[in-house]
Ligand binder design. Structure first.
Ligand code: CO
Length: 166
């Protein structure tokens, strides 16, 4: 590689970096340029949970291996001990298995995650009213339907959705 090639490589990297920095404008987080560059291909999905035990998003579609950021917020007002929410993505399983997982998780205050976490692909923290959490992960490489639930006691039966990878 001669000097000229090296210089043009640097120029290309500088261009890419500045382009990524611009693409992050308008985001709520004032991330430094290096972080913005690393996160350039992340798709952010805004998810909320409310006092009626509802997620605003019940179906998410992703490409295999796509990097997703779940920006999750409890938009309710009820006390934390009565109404908290998390977002827990699970491996493909039957409804009966989801229920069994939800039951096991429900008894595990304060995290509400079961001892055996092998079925969990990604999860947020358990959030009280007004709290938020962000998680970033890669969608599974295998096409399929991946259930997500809130594991606060009594919620998993209705507070649920699915990530469809295809
Ligand atoms: Co909940």
């Amino acid at each position: 590689m001669n000097t000229r090639t090296v210089l043009s490589s640097f120029a290309a990297i500088a261009l890419l970096t500045s382009a990524c920095g611009r693409s992050d404008n308008g985001s709520a987080s004032p991330a430094p340029a290096a972080t913005a560059s690393a996160n350039a291909s992340v798709r952010v999905i805004e998810v909320t949970g409310n006092d009626a035990m509802q997620f605003n998003v019940t179906e998410i579609t992703a490409k295999p291996g796509e990097t997703l950021r779940i920006s999750f917020r409890n938009v309710g007002k009820m006390p934390k001990q009565a109404m908290s929410h998390n977002w827990v993505l699970l491996k493909p399983m039957t409804d009966g298995e989801v229920n069994a997982f939800g039951m096991a998780a429900s008894s595990k205050a304060p995290t509400y995650l079961p001892d055996d976490q092998s079925a969990i692909i990604a999860h947020t923290k358990m959030l009280g009213a007004g709290e938020s959490d962000q998680i970033e992960f890669q969608a599974p490489a295998t096409a399929g339907t991946y259930p997500f639930i809130c594991t606060f006691p009594g919620h998993f039966a209705i507070m649920k959705g699915k990530l469809v990878v295809k």
